[in-house]
Design a protein around this ligand. Structure first.
Ligand code: SF4
Length: 171
């Protein structure tokens, strides 16, 4: 199975316990005002053209946003860092975008990591049906549950979506 990966950050120290590899899966149902990775919101890959000015001369640089990757490809990258997980009590964090948007792919990689005894964290905004949480819960060691705002109107204003589902999923 393959999923669309937005980015991979090695040696992450703010995404859960210890030293971690953070896998950013592409696609997000929200449109937060403060989003610092708006290119991650669209689940599809695309080519971005940036204008860079060097010595006063502008030139265009093409960049592929998102990459289709298999579970095996991700595992190969993750396992190279295992000494850091072992020494620090770290592991792997799935972030986004919203990682639960690609829940089938997420479930496969979580299962594979559980088999290898690697600690897993899922960083989610909570915008997913409870059944999806139920599928992954046995393979997830830690959830970072990022409810954007407790006030319904403000949540809608700042993210474009209602927060009912996020609050219900926590019950
Ligand atoms: S949940 Fe995260 S990735 Fe999605 S729009 Fe908000 S800040 Fe951006």
């Amino acid at each position: 199975m393959r999923g669309i990966v937005f980015d991979i950050k090695r040696f992450a120290i703010h995404d859960g316990p210890g030293i971690r590899t953070t896998i950013f899966l592409k696609g997000c149902p929200l449109k937060c005002w403060w989003c610092h990775n708006p290119e991650s919101q669209d689940i599809k890959t695309f080519t971005d053209v940036k204008t860079i000015v060097l010595d006063g001369a502008p030139f265009e640089k093409q960049e592929e946003i998102g990459k289709l990757m298999s579970v095996e490809e991700l595992l190969e990258i993750i396992e190279k860092e295992s000494v850091f997980y072992d020494e620090s009590g770290g592991g792997v964090t799935f972030s986004g975008g919203e990682p639960l948007l690609q829940h089938e792919f997420l479930l496969e990689i979580l299962k594979a990591l559980k088999q290898k005894n690697i600690h897993t964290t899922v960083d989610t905004c909570g915008f997913a049906k409870w059944e999806i949480f139920e599928q992954i819960i046995d393979y997830t060691d830690l959830f970072l549950y990022d409810l954007k705002h407790i006030d319904q109107k403000k949540h809608k204003l700042f993210t474009g979506a209602d927060n009912k589902q996020m609050i219900q999923a926590r019950k």
